[in-house]
Design a protein around this ligand. Sequence first.
Ligand SMILES: [Zn+2]
Length: 334
Amino acid sequence: MTENLAKAPAAGEFRLADAHCDTLTVLSPWRLAFGGGGSQLDLPRLAGRAKLQFMACWLGGGAGLAAAAALRRLWQHILDLRYAAALSGGAEILRDLALAGQGGKVQLLSALEGLDYLADDWRLVDQLYAWGFRSFGLFWNNDSFLGCGAAANQTPGRDGGLTAAGRELVRHLAAAGWLVDLAHASERSFWQAAEILADAGRPLFVSHTCCRALCGHWRNLSDEQLHAIGASGGMVGITLAPQFLRADGRAEAADWARHVTHAVELAGAGRVCLGGDWDGVDILPCGIAGVEDAGALYRALLAASFDADAAAGVMGDDLMAFLRRLGENLRQMS
Ligand SMILES: [Zn+2]
């Protein structure tokens, strides 16, 4: 362990690590590097405080995109991230999860969200790993060749879970060392994937969601799901989407802290992080304009009676520790 990792943040400080943003769908690499694009997140605003940021690549819901066209856009995502990192000089792409949180630069982790377009040949996922993608979000809300996405939760009896291809893909991803992200999975898809991941000795990960016990939105997780994530040694990111935080959508930082508190009660300490969904939502909780206001989330945790260490854990340290553990397990495997 490096000195950098061993050093605890000073009181009142935290190192930000965030499990989801869609910023590259709204910004050019130039704007990501230099800011000024009207987004909720960019590299200048991450500098100083942030250590690690998941950068999702979402190509739109529903099928219709041919695999070859999708691959070109996925490769462009990698090129854009590399270009932005090089332009800024203060960021780098994280490929070895065992190095999460190390070094002086902001680490960018490439994440897939929804894979409808690989129906032709999902074995192309091995190529995506070689390019540098590390997190694999099986679903967006719609159904796909892999099974049912979260929208199926809205209609009783409609959730068919994973297809045979979906089950085979999860087994393949677990064996190949991907971080499998179950955000946007339907409830039945979640439980079927959980069983396969448990057999493979892999933790459960949901990058951006909230707690259904506090807000009944169909994208949110049940208490049983939150408990299972904790029991697997996994990690759940609590998101900032106001409609997931409160039924009336009038969310504040305190509402986010309330969901974090509930998730920690179910999943356990060290198992809950921020999954901001920056630039994936049009509106953020009141008083938060973008990632530069992450301090308001930290202060809301302190006000919700987290101590400074536990709050810093939620804001970043626990996600980085989770990734390092996973990365070290993968190293031992290979
Ligand atoms: Zn999403």
